[in-house]
Write a protein that binds this ligand. Structure first.
Ligand code: PLP
Length: 459
């Protein structure tokens, strides 16, 4: 009987795959690799940290579905909040109109955000939040009589999204190079990434040296810089590269000294990923712009928010419409997204999530520690609920494997066949699980990661 059901389900999955590959263009994918190199995985449902395939196979979602999911899939309280909101008001134009979830969410975010942030502008995805912050920064300087501040400073190895402005601020060649002729040209400051520290240099010394280099870039462009944009503590798309919070403190001082804004892109690291609700807290800094998305709705709906200061907001108050921030998205302030975000924030409080995560993060560290001894592991690093394992040809020598080897892809395929979604960034494996992940699941994750590393590093 079981076998019949299994084969029926497998046939269903195969038929689905064929239909999908005939009609859909998937994101961040060389479609030519389907179905040969990469299996497409049709998913029927999600529960907790698990995804369930149409073929009945279960997959542990160790990457939180591209870093969006916080408390597990189909979390009932968030699902219910969305359903209840949908029955009352699904959407309304947000220019000239207001609604309860939009107002409550703005108040809730401001109550939890670093001090000094006192306004919320909504967007509908992370890249849009970055665009909003860039435009607001430039425009507020212009409104204050400094239209010559037209340059942004971004960090080497950074990532801020895929729309042209956001992509411009990123420094990952795979995504940027082909579009370079179309892009804005920020000044790139060297990443404070501790992996790139000089021999014998600690993370903090590296961060401070890089901050001095940042200051020199500001000094070479007096009065020209609108803002510095960075991902606090972890450059996620750049390979889960981590830096010391001292960099953020110095960056804040340098921006202040040069009259420039600090844009903290916490789209990936916000909402508890780094151990604190927002990563900036670990440096004790408040940015001028805080960009949030991904986990904002607990992983349920596309939505973003840009938090900013009274000083920025006040620069737009005027009798002229052109001095207003006329940016809009049709779905700005979508009530369903706001309801999901409110339910998600409530779970942080009711379930003591950050305290529980401290225990989970410690357990992740214990389980990953033995991997550091593998001859092809350069480093196991961790910031809160993000843990990364960097594979290299010579371990601590940090010589990368040839990119053409596609070691990470081998690890991906090995893991998916064993019911774990690892989606390495190049040769960097990482764990960024939903916060509900439990002991059994972590043991499974560690075991599969260990064998995936063996598989990926074989000759
Ligand atoms: C994912 C991401 C973005 C872009 O968000 P999208 O919703 O995918 O457009 C921007 N910045 C960072 C740091 C991200 O990780």
């Amino acid at each position: 009987m079981d076998t019949d059901t299994d084969s029926t389900r497998r046939a269903e999955a195969d038929a689905w795959r064929a239909r999908d590959l005939a009609a859909v263009w998937h994101p961040c994918t060389q479609m030519k690799e389907h179905p040969g190199t990469l299996p497409l995985v049709p998913i029927r449902r999600g529960r907790g940290a698990w995804l369930e395939g149409v073929d009945g196979v279960r997959y542990l979602d160790a990457v939180s579905s591209w870093w969006t999911n916080l408390f597990g899939h189909a979390e009932p309280r968030i699902a219910e909040a969305i359903a209840a909101q949908a029955r009352e008001l699904e959407h309304v134009i947000y220019a000239g109109f207001s609604h309860a979830p939009g107002l409550a969410l703005a108040e809730a975010l401001l109550a939890k955000a670093p001090t000094g942030l006192s306004r919320v502008f909504y967007g509908d995805n992370g890249s849009a939040a970055v665009e909003i912050a860039l435009k607001m920064s430039f425009h507020s300087h212009a409104n204050r009589g400094e239209p010559g501040r037209t340059r942004f400073i971004a960090l080497g190895n950074g990532y801020h999204g895929e729309t042209l402005g956001a992509l411009s601020m990123g420094d990952i060649p795979l995504y940027r190079r082909v579009y370079a002729p179309l892009l804005l040209e920020p000044l790139f400051a060297p990443s404070p990434d501790a992996y790139e520290a000089a021999p014998g240099e600690g993370a903090e010394a590296c961060a401070l040296r890089r901050a001095d280099e940042l200051a020199a870039i500001f000094e070479a462009h007096p009065g020209q810089v609108c803002a510095l944009i960075l991902e606090p503590l972890v450059q996620c798309a750049g390979g889960m590269r981590m830096h010391h919070p001292a960099y953020l403190r110095r960056a804040r001082e340098i921006c202040d000294a040069h009259g420039a804004h600090l844009i903290a892109d916490e789209i990936a690291v916000g909402f508890g990923r780094t151990g604190t609700l927002f990563a900036c807290e670990q440096a004790g800094v408040s940015p001028d712009f805080l960009c949030l998305s991904k986990g904002l709705t607990g992983g349920f709906l596309p939505m973003s928010a840009v938090l900013t200061t009274a000083a920025v907001y006040d620069a737009f108050l005027d009798d002229s419409r052109e001095r207003a921030f006329l940016h809009s998205h049709s779905y700005t302030g979508n009530p369903l997204g706001c309801a999901a975000a409110l339910a998600s924030l409530a779970i942080f409080d009711s379930d003591g999530v950050l305290a529980r995560n401290r225990g989970t993060a410690a357990r992740m560290a214990e389980l990953a520690a033995p991997l550091a001894a593998h001859p092809n592991v350069a480093e196991v690093r961790q910031t809160g609920m993000i843990l990364a394992i960097e594979l290299t040809a010579d371990g601590p020598g940090k010589t990368p494997f040839p990119a053409a080897d596609r070691r990470g892809l081998r690890a991906y395929r090995h893991a998916i066949e064993r019911g774990v979604v690892l989606r390495p960034l190049g040769d960097i494996l990482y764990w960024m699980p939903p916060y509900c992940v439990g002991e059994e699941e972590l043991l499974h994750l560690a075991a599969v990661t260990t064998s995936a590393i063996q598989e990926a590093t074989r000759a």
